[in-house]
Structures are given as structure tokens and as C-alpha cells.
Design a binder for this molecule. Structure first.
Ligand SMILES: Cc1cc2nc3c(=O)[nH]c(=O)nc-3n(C[C@H](O)[C@H](O)[C@H](O)COP(=O)(O)OP(=O)(O)OC[C@H]3O[C@@H](n4cnc5c(N)ncnc54)[C@H](O)[C@@H]3O)c2cc1C
Length: 516
């Protein structure tokens, strides 16, 4: 169906699912309400941080305005978590079908899948999920929803589409966008980012993914599983630089098995168009300066995120910012005491669950003189490759930098019956404990369902539950979640001091002697 000329927002393809999505999160016929004289709270940006802030504050009785220039739901719903996890799931199904013969004795799947159908499935689910973030539903919660670009015109006023919204407090929740480095010839050659890759309806035959962070790895693996010839390029010598080296290595090996090729330790210098292909020119760090080239059909950029601070009138509001984002203290207050910020625009932890948690802090501190601190949060995250890498708390190197002595223990997944039976035994759980104690300071889990399994450890850290309690908690057998119990048992065994072991030995010798 042709795209209507008058539609304010463009999402491709213009099918039923995307029409439903837009009708929910940027209705073309939406009429902004008459602004109130003064709002208790004005929120700029209706991604996760903005939606949670606005809905939460309205639920507590505040008069709230929410301003969104593009699609409500922000990155997570439209071009982030939701579509990426939708296609990762489809790619896993293709991978399992293809490998079932080799791994499980059948069935022996042959031929290609229908990429367009996999993308259509994702769009349909995304559209259905979008009802939750719809302008109509949020307005129904008592929030005045304004569609349009918002910008501050004073320290207590923001303008949107000619309407002036005066506020007692405001929250900036304008998020981030894909960073695009100045690479010669890139614009001319054309490239995808997370904002356009989910619009694809045809599988690229050769895909170059620039960036080996979580987004680059998740999408590189998914496209390889769909059947693209994927090459991942990165300046670093390995993928997932934030994670422990051996965790990243497990993921890199799994990706390589799925067909992803790696050009690591390279710097992209430029892109040319030659014979209908995009040719990436790069320079290697080893041997230093050696030149290389890679021909591909599409380039996907995943080289980091840039905070949305431009065009917001932050100077007019007296809000300090840098390229990294809006400057906030640990209570999320900006340099303007009326204005707070939450989510990707003000955090180094750019995750939906963090945006949600920061929004709750912003509500407390902005409206109720709260003293909640972002630095008190226990923040987990997960990279949804196969296997997944999930982490919470400290890494060993961070503990060392803080002068915090730790005991570390690692349990390989191959020690779990269920992981072996599932054919998912590549990975491990690593725990860092306060030296000589059972208090968990950090955990890294590499496992097929690491993100789902990490919850127990997040609770343990948040609630101060030590490994001793976990060791005496029965976990169902056979499950992969038992890995946490195994770690606790390992810790308990290690606790047996030579003195205690000797005493036990004496007791058993006595029992033997008397034939008991
Ligand atoms: C490919 C990808 C996959 C991801 N996967 C995960 C995942 O699996 N798990 C996870 O936890 N996180 C994931 N993330 C990160 C997650 O999407 C973000 O952390 C989250 O969306 C941040 O929410 P936010 O509200 O801070 O910002 P956003 O979602 O970016 O929302 C900001 C909103 O503000 C609007 N806006 C900007 N400027 C203005 C203005 N001047 N006026 C009005 N409106 C404005 C924007 O249009 C946008 O809608 C992923 C991200 C990407 C890109």
C-alpha cells in the first residue's frame, strides 16, 4: 500500500503492523491538549524513562505533561530491545532447525527461510506491544500528551508546537541515538543503524557490521543465522570489551561457528562504491598500518550512542551538558534545580531497566524532595547473543581498582546435567565475594538463558543474601539455574578449614573402629 503523503512519521514498510504501531505511538490525527497554567511536572521524551516518569507522577496525583517528537515508546519499543529480541528469536529458531540434524538426530532442515516473514512477525508483535505505550493509553492515565519537538525557552518553561508548558519541575528524558563517526565516503555509500535495520524486508547477502559491542554482536549473529555472510569489524582486539575476556571469547567462538567472520584490531578509514558493492577500507593494528578491504552489500553501524542534547534549548534552561549527555548529580538533578534528567541522556548504563529505575528516582527527588541516589542502584545487564552474557555488580578489575579484596570462584556450565542435556554447556558462572565472607559483590554468567538466570543473584546482592543462604536453598533438578547452588556448594566446601576437616576425619575413624 502507498504511504500517505500527509503522514507525519515514516516507518518502512508501510504495512498493517506499522500502521497500527504509528496509530498507537504517533497518531497522525493527534490533537495536542490546551496546556494547563502550570504543570507540576513536564517530561521531555516519551521513551522508557519519560513514560515511567510521566505515568508514575500522574498516578500519584501530579499534573503532568509529556512531550514526544517522534514515536512514543522510544528506542526500546521501536528500534531497540523489542525488534532486536524479536529477530534474535527468529534467527535462533532457524539455527536450531538447521542444526537439529547434526545435534539431535533430526529433522534435517534444508533450504533458506523466509526472512521477510521473520521480519513481519517481529513487526506484528511490536505493534501489539505498542498499545501499552500508546498516546491514548498514556493520556487515559491523566497525562497531557504533546506530540512535537520540545525545547526549553526559560528555566521554567518548555515550548512544543507553539504551546508553552510552564512547570515547577521538569525531567529531560530525550534518550540517545546511534553515533555516526565521520568516515570518508560512508554517507555516499549508505549505511544502516538500529534506526533503519529493522525496516529491512530483504536479507543482505553480505553484511558488514561495524562495532563489536552488545548491539553489533547480537545483530551480527542474528543475521549470520538468517544466512547473510557477516563480517564484524572493530578497533578492539576482541568483542564485548566491557566483559571478562573469557566470557567474550565464548561468545566470539559461538558467533564464528554461526559463520561470522571477524576483522578485529582494525580502523575503518573509508568506504567506496565499486561495481554495485560497498567496499570498506581499513587499517590493521597488527601488523601496524597494513591495509585491508572488505566488499559488502550493506553496512550496519553499531559504534556507540550519542545523547540527544541538541535542539532542546538547554542553554535557555541553564542546564549544563556535554557530548556525553546532560550533567546530573547522583540524585539526577541538573545544574537547574528545577530540572532533572533520566535514562540514556544522562546515564552511562544505557538499558531499559535502568531508564525505568532512574525515572522512579527522578519522580521521588523532583516531586517529593526525595534523597534517592542513582549510585545506590544494583544494575544488571545482558547481551542477548547465543550464549548470553549477563553481569551484575563488580568485575574483578573494578574490585581491584577500588582496593576491595575479593575471593572469586568459577563454575563451568559443563558441570550441570541440564546444560549438557540441552546441548548448552558452553559457559560459566563467576562470582566475586567480599574476601573471607559469603557476600556477593559481582557475578558474570555466560549461558544460553543467562539473562533469565541472573535474577537470583541480583536479588542476593540487593537484599544482602549471602552464598551460605543460597547453599541451603533447594534448587529444582535438573535446571541450568542450579549453577548458582553449585557455586554456593563450592564456596561451602572451600570454607572447611583444615582443622574442621581433621576433626571430621577423627570422628569417622572412631565410627569405623567401633563398627558403627
Ligand atoms: C538495537 C538496540 C537494542 C537494545 N536492546 C536492549 C535490551 O535488550 N535491553 C535493554 O535493557 N536495553 C536495550 N537497549 C537500550 C534501550 O533501548 C535504551 O536504554 C532505552 O530505550 C532508553 O530509554 P530512554 O527513555 O532513556 O530513551 P529513548 O528510548 O531513546 O527515548 C527518548 C525519547 O525522547 C524523544 N525525544 C528526543 N528529543 C526530544 C525532544 N527535543 N522533544 C521531544 N521528544 C524528544 C525521542 O524521540 C525518544 O522517543 C537497546 C538499544 C538498541 C539501540
Amino acid at each position: 500500500m502507498a504511504e500517505p503523503a500527509s503522514r507525519a512519521v515514516t516507518i518502512r514498510p508501510w504495512d498493517e503492523a506499522n500502521r497500527e504501531l504509528v496509530a498507537n505511538v504517533h497518531p497522525p490525527d493527534w490533537k495536542n491538549p490546551e496546556p494547563a497554567d502550570r504543570y507540576h511536572l513536564v517530561v521531555a521524551g516519551a521513551g522508557t524513562a519519560g513514560l515511567v516518569t510521566a505515568a508514575g507522577a500522574a498516578g500519584l496525583g501530579a499534573r503532568v505533561a509529556l512531550v514526544e517528537r517522534h514515536l512514543m515508546g522510544g528506542d526500546c519499543l521501536n528500534v531497540g530491545c523489542v525488534p532486536s529480541k524479536g529477530i534474535i528469536r527468529a534467527a535462533r529458531a532457524w539455527h536450531e532447525a538447521r542444526s537439529a540434524g547434526r545435534r539431535f538426530g533430526g529433522p534435517y532442515a534444508v533450504g533458506d527461510g523466509d526472512f521477510a516473514a521473520a521480519m513481519a512477525r517481529m513487526r506484528k508483535i511490536r505493534a501489539a506491544i505498542s498499545r501499552h505505550d500508546s498516546a491514548e493509553r498514556v493520556a487515559g492515565l491523566g497525562v497531557d500528551v504533546f506530540l512535537g519537538q520540545g525545547h526549553f525557552i526559560a528555566s521554567d518553561a518548555l515550548e512544543v508546537g507553539g504551546a508553552v508548558l510552564r512547570f515547577q519541575k521538569a525531567v529531560i528524558a530525550t534518550g540517545a541515538r546511534p553515533a555516526v563517526p565521520p568516515i570518508e565516503g560512508l554517507e555516499e555509500a549508505g549505511f544502516l543503524t538500529n534506526e533503519t535495520v529493522f525496516e529491512l524486508t530483504e536479507l543482505p547477502r553480505r553484511l558488514a557490521v561495524v562495532g563489536g559491542g552488545p548491539i553489533g554482536c547480537e545483530l551480527a549473529q542474528a543475521f549470520a543465522r538468517f544466512g547473510s555472510e557477516v563480517t564484524l569489524l572493530d578497533m578492539m582486539p576482541r568483542v564485548l570489551p566491557r566483559e571478562d575476556g573469557d566470557a567474550a571469547e565464548v561468545v566470539q567462538r559461538a558467533m564464528a561457528r554461526d559463520g561470522v567472520r571477524f576483522e578485529l584490531g582494525v580502523e575503518v578509514r573509508g568506504v567506496d562504491r565499486r561495481d554495485g558493492a560497498a567496499v570498506i577500507r581499513f587499517e590493521r593494528s597488527d601488523p601496524k598500518g597494513a591495509a585491508g578491504e572488505l566488499a559488502c552489500d550493506r553496512i550496519l553501524l553499531a559504534v556507540g550512542r550519542a545523547a540527544n542534547v541538541e535542539g532542546l534549548g538547554l542553554e535557555a534552561a541553564g542546564v549544563e551538558y556535554s557530548k556525553k549527555g546532560v550533567r546530573v548529580d547522583e540524585r539526577l538533578r541538573t545544574s537547574n534545580r528545577r530540572v532533572f534528567a533520566a535514562g540514556d541522556v544522562a546515564s552511562q548504563y544505557q538499558f531499559t531497566h535502568v531508564a525505568d529505575a532512574l525515572a522512579r528516582i527522578a519522580i521521588q527527588n523532583a516531586l517529593f524532595h526525595g534523597r534517592a541516589k542513582a549510585s545506590d542502584l544494583v544494575i544488571p545487564w545482558c547481551t542477548f547473543t547465543s550464549p548470553e552474557v549477563a553481569h551484575v555488580g563488580l568485575y574483578a578489575k573494578e574490585a581491584e581498582e577500588r582496593g576491595q579484596a575479593v575471593d572469586s570462584l568459577t563454575v563451568p556450565l559443563s558441570e550441570l546435567d541440564r546444560a549438557r542435556l540441552d546441548g548448552e554447556d558452553e559457559g560459566f558462572l563467576r562470582l566475586h565475594l567480599a574476601k573471607g565472607k559469603d557476600r556477593i559483590l559481582g557475578a558474570t554468567l555466560v549461558a544460553a538463558h543467562a539473562g533469565d538466570m541472573l535474577g537470583e543473584l541480583c536479588l542476593a546482592i540487593t537484599a544482602g543474601v549471602g552464598l551460605g543462604k543460597i547453599a541451603s536453598t533447594i534448587h529444582p533438578y535438573p535446571t541450568q539455574g542450579e549453577v548458582v547452588k553449585k557455586a554456593a556448594d563450592l564456596w561451602r566446601r572451600g570454607k572447611l578449614t583444615p582443622g574442621v576437616k581433621k576433626a571430621f576425619g577423627v570422628r569417622f575413624r572412631v565410627l569405623d573402629r567401633f563398627g558403627v
